[in-house]
Design a protein around this ligand. Structure first.
Ligand code: B12
Length: 296
């Protein structure tokens, strides 16, 4: 058996599709198609990862499994390409990254923020760009260093722009971080920008703060809300376990907000945990808090 074959656990991690779902698709649609190891365990050729990621994207866009899983290889390529053309028509992003012009890329990002305003940039453009870059990486169009470079530039431009915003009301106070195992921080940066636009005060801890330290920080900074981000990379089962424990450990008057794709997959969040479907929900939730405080 090839070394490049993946176990079902590794496949689930790489594609974000649960192991049970992979087995169910195999039974129902004949894909993915594992070979068996000498011990009878499922092993998946690496090419199936790309195909499953493309399927996931189409499912995330609202197509049904019966439609997506029955597409031929060519039809799936075409559907995935149509998605990418849509994203590229707006940005020609991959070409921009491929120019390897450090200053130029930053200037383009800044120009885009100025043209559309930070709110639109954060809520729509940046998310679409990250989606496209993630796909570019998964399809081998972008080198790993190119993805890292783009992420670093986006991070820089977001930090610069946010630092220039007026202080605002400075309320509520929000602590932003990720749990151990989540290295992706751009969701946090976008959330911070959206919160700062509403006048919230933000304390950014960056990635992977141990749970006990999140509790300590929430106390030390006297925060009203702890906001966590979970990218597509994070196992939704681990989201549930992590946030349930954190909810128990945090003082009852500190709210716990979670955003990002893995958080959105939680069908029934633990009590006392708020899952945000997108960044546009931030102002509504903040004004709901204000009303609640006013009526107390
Ligand atoms: C940028 C990026 C990176 C950067 C991260 C840099 C950084 N500083 O964060 C780097 C290059 C380091 C990286 C590394 C890896 N990555 Co990566 N990465 C991405 C990319 C392009 C964006 C990730 C991101 O920030 N997403 C978060 C936000 C932007 O998206 P979102 O979850 O939909 O959230 C939205 C809202 O919900 C909201 N939101 C998010 N959080 C919060 C929080 C709150 C409180 C609120 C209110 C709102 C909110 O904001 C977003 C915008 O609307 C994605 C592709 C993608 N489409 O996500 C891949 C992706 C997540 N990475 C992936 C992988 C596999 C990896 C690696 C494992 C690769 C490797 N083999 O080494 C490593 C991680 C392991 C490690 N040990 O480091 C895969 C995960 C596949 C899966 N399991 O599903 C993805 C999906 C790429 C792909 N297409 O396959 N990555």
């Amino acid at each position: 058996m090839e070394k490049t074959h993946l176990s079902i656990a590794a496949l689930a991690l790489e594609t974000g599709i649960a192991k049970d779902t992979l087995r169910m698709w195999e039974r129902r649609y004949g894909f993915p198609q594992p070979v068996r190891s000498p011990r009878g365990e499922r092993r998946y050729p690496a090419q199936q990862v790309t195909r499953l990621r493309q399927m996931r994207r189409l499912l995330d866009q609202g197509m049904r499994p019966g439609q997506v899983l029955t597409l031929s290889g060519d039809e799936l390529e075409q559907a995935a390409a149509r998605q990418l053309v849509h994203a590229d028509a707006e940005w020609a992003l991959i070409a921009l990254i491929k120019r390897h012009d450090d200053t130029g890329l930053r200037q383009e990002l800044r120009a885009r923020v100025l043209r559309e305003g930070l709110r639109q940039f954060v809520c729509n453009t940046a998310a679409a760009m990250l989606e496209r870059v993630g796909d570019g990486w998964a399809r081998g169009e972008l080198e790993v260093f190119e993805e890292h470079h783009f992420s670093a530039q986006l991070d820089t431009v977001l930090r610069e722009t946010v630092s220039q915003l007026p202080a605002g009301a400075q309320t509520p106070r929000v602590l932003l971080t990720t749990l151990t195992g989540e290295p992706h921080t751009l969701g946090l940066m976008l959330a911070m920008a959206r919160l700062r636009l509403e006048g919230a005060a933000c304390v950014l801890l960056g990635a992977q703060t141990p749970q006990s330290q999140i509790v300590a920080a929430a106390r030390a900074f006297e925060t009203d809300i702890v906001a966590l981000s979970f990218s597509e990379y994070f196992d939704p089962g681990a989201v549930r376990i992590g946030v349930r424990q954190l909810r128990l450990d945090l003082p009852a008057d500190v709210e716990l907000w979670c955003g990002g794709r893995a958080a959105q997959r939680l069908k029934r969040p633990p009590p006392g945990v708020t899952i945000l479907a997108n960044l546009e929900q931030v102002p509504d939730l903040l004004s709901a808090r204000l009303h609640a405080a006013g009526s107390d």
